[in-house]
Design a protein around this ligand. Sequence first.
Ligand code: NAP
Length: 246
Amino acid sequence: MAAKFDFNGRRVLVTGAGAGIGRGICKALYESGAEVYGVSRTQENLNSLKVECPDLVTVCVDLSDWDATRAALSLLPTMHGVVNNAAIAINGSCLTAKPEDFDKMYTGNVKQVLNVSQIFALKMIQDKIRGAIVNISSQASQAALKDHVLYCGTKGALDIMSKVMGLELGEHGIRVNCVNPTVVLTSMGKLAWSDPAKAGPMLDKIPLGRFAEIDDVVSGVLFLLSDQAALINAVTLPIDGGFLAT
Ligand code: NAP
């Protein structure tokens, strides 16, 4: 069960709303009274989310398309919060990583976050909203994980890009922070960590001895979006049971 917050009167946009962590964030925000805008790539997933959260506004767009994203999101109202959660994973050795996968990963995990953040930070500034942006990074931004050369690289880029955004947008009262979860067994998490031979050694490095549940991540995100985090800006918050300390 994620922590309880009151987001009545707040509009929050969440990317990657169709599945996994993003879907959990949408549902928790909806239950906390927010007007939620869920953006994702697969209409079917958005349709099933809408069944669970009937008043949630859905937008179906592939965020890796810069212009299509601008066209789809620019017409939306100003947000009080934005959660850049959507991302992809293509895993493999640094010796065999392909240039086309490099481009896909940096477009799908970094460039689209800049695009979405630009759209809504400009609206927040124009409407004098002291908003919050939360980017879903990973423990992989700060620890080298075997076969994660592209994923680790994109999340490292996301961490520092978020800090620069926090620095530049702070004067407008807009806070930009990251959460950096350990493994969560969503479809993305299962791709890399369902093999016990890989999961076991990773679990051994987590002092609290377990992977994260979606609700562990949801709690951190809702906290950083909330007024309870009013002076927290440009941080990366591990939700990793202590993994990054080891
Ligand atoms: P997931 O289960 O694969 O869900 C990702 C969601 O994002 C899906 O709904 C997907 O759309 C959407 N999406 C991806 N690329 C998109 C694009 N270009 N345009 C629009 N929507 C897009 O992933 P997850 O595990 O929930 O991961 C969420 C975030 O947490 C990511 O930033 C990930 O890097 C981070 N994270 C995950 C883990 C983990 O172990 N799972 C750990 C640390 C951090 P579709 O509906 O089309 O699939």
